[in-house]
Write a protein that binds this ligand. Structure first.
Ligand code: MUC
Ligand code: MG
Length: 382
């Protein structure tokens, strides 16, 4: 007897509002709560897949908000993909690309749940669907963004002492350039050779600011500057990447493989911060990685400060990458006051461990989901 095709039956979305452990001060917003959009896909054989599509600071980081992510899924993506063959993940990706322009984070959330479901039905980790993991742990950075240099130094020293992190990304761009450079120099002096110090400007500088900034940062021993100028200013990014020794990393400039190709061709970065959400999912992120790798650029696994769910999914992809020269910042769950996974992701010895088990290796804690959910959630059925 031919076994019936497993179908995508239902897609449910929910927004969780989870407070952060402290104010997270970025150039464009201060986060006190993270709003994570979770997706649960139910399949006709009773199996399930889970995904996450999360952004940072409402609409201050990029063009998608938690509410728009949920609405794009409920209104456009879920009606299009329900009823389809559950195992045809590439078919669903292609359909989403065709029917939904932009909205990469929304597409990523559903795509992750489809990979998770497929891998669980096959009894393999998601990394296996991308050729297999070549790492069981990856170096993980922490972001110092309390808004106060003394607090940041105390936090950094504690992280080094407890062997949790020895790579620090400092969020700057809110103050005057000279003040920011002095803040970074103080932190670098305090940690010395025990840690790598990098910064993220989140597009706050003009090219003129950035010229002064990069000169000061590299003199202070800072190794890398992330997205100093606005996303679309490729010529400015190229001038900075080529004019200074400090590495220039593209983040907001990098929305999927097409951007990756343009940034690489324009030499508008030395390093790609590859984000699964911003790329449009695991598959498109793997294409961004391939372009970065083949262009000789450095790679870094970025985050949208996802919960353990989105973090686990990203870890499965990045575990398959040969060389992540700049490591990862997949620390999202550690910034939140609650972990929504039944078994939290493990952070130790300056590394994050790749979750084991079928799918993305993550199981939700139902009590936490109930506690942090914004409202009853919404379900689209086939
Ligand atoms: C970003 O722009 O990279 C990543 C780490 C963090 O603290 O914020 C994010 C956003
Ligand atoms: Mg960034």
């Amino acid at each position: 007897m031919v076994s019936p095709v497993t179908k995508i039956d239902q897609i449910e979305t929910v927004i969780l509002d989870i407070p952060t452990i402290r104010g997270h001060v970025l150039s464009m917003a201060t986060m006190r709560v993270q709003a994570a959009v979770l997706v649960r896909v139910r399949f006709s054989d009773g199996s399930e897949g889970i995904g996450e599509g999360t952004t940072i600071g409402g609409l201050s980081y990029g063009p998608e908000s938690p509410e728009s992510i949920r609405s794009a899924i409920d209104t456009y993506i879920a009606p299009a993909v329900t009823g389809r063959d559950a195992d045809d993940v590439n078919g669903a990706i292609q359909l989403m690309d065709k029917l939904v322009k932009g909205n990469r984070i929304a597409r990523a959330a559903v795509e992750i749940a489809l990979w998770d479901g497929l891998a669980k039905r096959l009894g393999v980790p998601v990394s296996q669907l991308f050729g297999g993991a070549v790492h069981d742990r990856l170096p993980v950075a922490w972001t110092l963004a309390s808004g106060n240099s003394d607090t940041d130094i105390a936090e950094a020293l504690e992280m080094i002492e407890t062997r949790r992190h020895n790579i620090f990304k400092l969020k700057i761009g809110k103050r005057a350039v000279a003040e920011d450079v002095a803040h970074v120099a103080r932190i670098k002096r305090a940690v010395g050779d025990a840690a790598s110090v990098r910064v993220d400007v989140n597009t706050a500088w003009s090219l003129q600011d950035a010229r002064w900034g990069l000169k000061g940062l590299q003199d202070a021993g800072c190794e890398l500057v992330e997205q100093p100028v606005p996303a679309r200013q490729r010529r400015a990014m190229a001038e900075l990447a080529q004019g200074y020794e400090i590495a220039v990393m593209a983040d907001e400039s990098l929305n999927g493989p097409e951007d990756a190709l343009e940034v690489a061709s324009a030499r508008a970065a030395d390093v790609f911060a590859v984000k699964v959400a911003q790329s449009g999912g695991l598959k498109r992120a793997s294409e961004v990685i391939a372009i970065g790798q083949s262009s000789g650029l450095g790679l870094y696994a970025g985050t949208m400060l996802e919960t353990g769910l989105g973090t686990a999914a990203a870890l499965h992809l990045f575990a398959t990458v040969e060389t992540l020269r700049w490591g990862t910042e997949l620390f999202g769950p550690l910034l939140l006051t609650a972990d929504i996974l039944a078994e939290p992701i493990v952070y130790r010895d300056f590394c994050v461990e790749i979750p084991q088990g079928p799918g993305i290796g993550a199981t939700l804690d139902p009590d936490k989901i109930d506690f942090y959910r914004r409202d009853g959630g919404r379900t689209v059925k086939a």
